[in-house]
Design a protein. Structure first.
Length: 228
């Protein structure tokens, strides 16, 4: 068994809750396992680098090993990042999802919250906060830090883009032509251009004019729509 995927040891007789961990950084993953194992009544049953690996494992996991809670790192460096659709699949299987994130992409955070995660913990939060968030999630509560609340609400200088406008901005600012954006989204080139024009108008109205691809890339990064 590689370091990337680990099925963890037998449960003590006193355990009540099973927890799985998706985290691509080995040291962080091992420390998260330790935090879980140190809590009476909790058992870490699986850990690995990516959500697809977890989905492949959980599909055939013995009933006694099925997790009640998944601690999920959204964005990984050496594999596919989690998508809201995958998260919905996990939740539909009766597994609660608590995201542990650097909060680098506010858009993705908002999307996974809409997908039904029970909370988000920032990677700069304390270990005590992580433990508290785990117990809150297992108790069917929700967890939100002030930093997360600010991510969701946004700020007065950030225009309110529709989901399709946001997609067009991200794809175009990432380097695609308008034709490439249209093809990626399954829309006409003229429609993609209309969405992009709306984006430019909204940024100008917010006092942050962005007309060129370079300027759009910059505002998209400032607003967390693209990774810096």
């Amino acid at each position: 068994m590689s370091d990337a995927i680990t099925t963890l040891g037998e449960a003590p007789q006193t355990h009540r809750w099973n927890v799985a961990v998706v985290e691509d950084h080995l040291l962080q993953r091992k420390r998260t396992e330790e935090l879980v194992a140190a809590q009476p009544g909790l058992r870490a049953v699986w850990s690995g680098e990516t959500l697809p690996e977890f989905l492949a494992w959980v599909d055939g996991a013995p009933p006694g090993d099925r997790p009640h809670l998944l601690l999920l790192d959204l964005m990984v460096e050496r594999g596919p990042s989690a998508t809201p659709e995958q998260i919905e699949t996990v939740i539909a299987a009766g597994i609660r999802v608590l995201v542990i994130s650097a909060l680098a992409s506010p858009t993705l955070i908002r999307r996974v919250i809409r997908a039904g995660v029970v909370g988000v913990v920032g990677k700069r939060d304390s270990e005590a906060d992580i433990v508290a968030a785990v117990w809150t999630a297992l108790g069917q509560g929700s967890w939100m830090t002030p930093e997360l609340a600010s991510v969701i609400v946004g700020d007065e200088h950030r225009p309110a883009l529709s989901e399709q406008e946001e997609r067009v901005l991200v794809l175009y600012a990432s380097g695609l032509t308008l034709g490439g954006v249209a093809e990626a989204l399954g829309i006409k080139a003229d429609t993609a251009k209309k969405y992009l024009n709306r984006v430019k108008v909204k940024y100008a109205a917010a006092g942050r004019p962005a007309s060129t691809k370079l300027e759009l890339n910059e505002v998209a990064r400032q607003d967390g729509l693209l990774e810096t």
